[in-house]
Design a binder for this molecule. Sequence first.
Ligand SMILES: Cc1cc2nc3c(=O)[nH]c(=O)nc-3n(C[C@H](O)[C@H](O)[C@H](O)COP(=O)(O)OP(=O)(O)OC[C@H]3O[C@@H](n4cnc5c(N)ncnc54)[C@H](O)[C@@H]3O)c2cc1C
Length: 288
Amino acid sequence: MSELNYEAPDTLDAAIGLLAGDETARVFAGGTDLLVQLKEDLREPGLLVDIKRIQEVREISIGDADVRIGAAVTGAELGEHDVLKALWPGVVEAVNLIGSDQVQGRATIGGNLCNASPAADSVPAMVAAGAKAAISGPDGNREVAIDDLMTGPGQTTLGRGELVTAIVLPKPPARSGDAYLRFIPRTEMDIAVVGAGISVTLNDDGTCVAARLALGAVGPTVKLVDAACTALVGNTLDEATLEALTQAARAACSPIDDKRGTAEFRTNVAGVLARRVAAIAWQRAENS
Ligand SMILES: Cc1cc2nc3c(=O)[nH]c(=O)nc-3n(C[C@H](O)[C@H](O)[C@H](O)COP(=O)(O)OP(=O)(O)OC[C@H]3O[C@@H](n4cnc5c(N)ncnc54)[C@H](O)[C@@H]3O)c2cc1C
C-alpha cells in the first residue's frame, strides 16, 4: 500500500493549493464514502485534504435571491435549519435520508454530490430545485448546474485542484413546493433503488406554471425529466395529469438490472414515485 498523507487547511486557498499540487489528492469531507472506498482499495489517494476547518464551506447563508449551503455542511446541521426546511423541505428531507443518526453527523451535502453515485439521495432533490454547485480552483470560481456536474458513476467534471464550495439554491417563487421520495426494500440504511425529486410552482387557480422532476438510480447519472415539465405545466393535478407524468417518468428510465431491482421494476417504481412526489409538492405549494 502506498503512503497516505492528511492535511486539514483552514483556508480555501490552501486547500486548492494542496489539491492542485498532487494529482492523486482527494477532498475529505465527512469521509462516509471515502473511508469505505479506501478500506476496499477502490481509491488510492496519496493525500487527503480535509475541508471541515474552512469556515466558508461550513456555513449556510440565506440571501435575497438565493440560499448558499456550504459543501461541508452535514445532514444533521441541515435538519436543524428551520429557514431552509421552510424554503426547500424536499432538499432537506432528501439529505436527511442519508444513513443513520451517526452518518448524518458526518455526511455532507457536498460529499453526497461529489461521490457521484447515481443513487445519491440529495441529488435528484437538488436537480429538481434548480440548484448549482459553486466551484473554486486554481483558475478561480465558477458555477455549474448540479445536473451538469456528474458525468457517470463516480465521475464529475471537477478539474485538478477544484472543489465544490457550496450548493446554491434559488429562493423559490410564491406558491412553490418540492419533495423527494425513494424506494428501498427496508425502512432505512439502504441505497435508493429509485429516487424521485420534484419542484412545482402554481398559479392562484392551482394550475402548474413551472415544474422540474429528477430521477435517481434509473441511469448512470441523475436524470432531469424534461417531458415531466410538459406533462405538468398548464395543468391541475388531476388523474390525466398524473398519468401523463407517470408515463414521462417511465420513458426517461434506462436502469440496470442488479440485486436491488430489475430494470422493469425500477422503471415501474419511477412512475409511482413521480406521482407521489408530485402530490406532496403540490400540497406544499398550495399551503405556502
Ligand atoms: C452506513 C452508510 C449509510 C449510507 N446511506 C446513504 C443513503 O441512504 N443515501 C445516500 O445517498 N448515501 C448514503 N451513504 C453514502 C454517504 O454517507 C453519502 O454519500 C455522504 O453524503 C457522503 O458525504 P461525505 O461528506 O461523507 O463525503 P466523503 O466520503 O468525504 O467524500 C465523498 C467523495 O466526494 C469527494 N468530495 C467530498 N466533498 C467534496 C467537495 N466539497 N468538493 C469536491 N469533492 C468532494 C471526496 O473526495 C470523495 O470522492 C451511506 C454511507 C454509509 C457509510
